[in-house]
Design a protein around this ligand. Structure first.
Ligand code: FES
Length: 173
């Protein structure tokens, strides 16, 4: 059990690349050239690419967001996700990402998705340069011990986060 937990990020990324590689290519718009606002309804998203990177453009009211196309858990397509407020929630294992900065807000995703700056120009939304990723959060306070029931993706994510913490709990050292 210890070896698989220590290699969790490597395993996760490897599996994510396999899933992405199996995803069939489709004709997706180059969002650097802009996308018509009237073609993107409130609460919907469109897949596209910029500079060879896949991303999704999301509309929430009069706000627009551009984030990476693939979940950082096992690489699932974010375009299948559900927009809730300023987050996108994944149907596979319920990870949640901020549309504003790409931060992974809920396990089992641990890493943020990339974000791009967007600009409204006339009746189009253009995706511009990539934004800086959010700084990782490190808790300074928490329980002295944790009991994890079950060994699924969420349980492994808790172990991984605890081990990465500056003050890990006693039970998961
Ligand atoms: S692949 Fe996204 S939550 Fe697992």
């Amino acid at each position: 059990m210890t070896a698989s937990i220590l290699n969790l990020p490597q395993y996760r990324n490897q599996l994510g690349r396999q899933i992405v590689a199996e995803t069939p290519e489709t004709n997706k718009p180059d969002l650097k050239n802009g996308f018509p606002i009237h073609d993107l309804g409130d609460g919907s998203m469109i897949s596209g690419h910029v500079d060879g990177e896949e991303l999704v453009l999301v509309r929430r009211g009069d706000e627009f967001f551009a984030i990476g196309a693939h979940c950082t858990h096992y690489g699932g397509p974010l375009a299948e996700g559900l927009i809730v407020g300023d987050t996108v929630r994944r149907p596979w294992h319920h990870a949640c990402f901020s549309l504003r900065n790409g931060e992974a807000l809920r396990a089992p995703a641990l890493d943020p998705v990339p974000c791009w700056r967007v600009e409204r120009l006339g009746d189009k939304i253009l995706v511009r340069e990539k934004a800086s990723p959010p700084a990782p959060k490190r808790g300074t306070e928490g329980p002295s011990s944790v009991v994890i029931v079950g060994g699924g993706a969420a349980g492994l994510a808790v172990v991984y986060c605890e081990r990465s913490s500056k003050s890990p709990s006693k039970s998961v050292k």
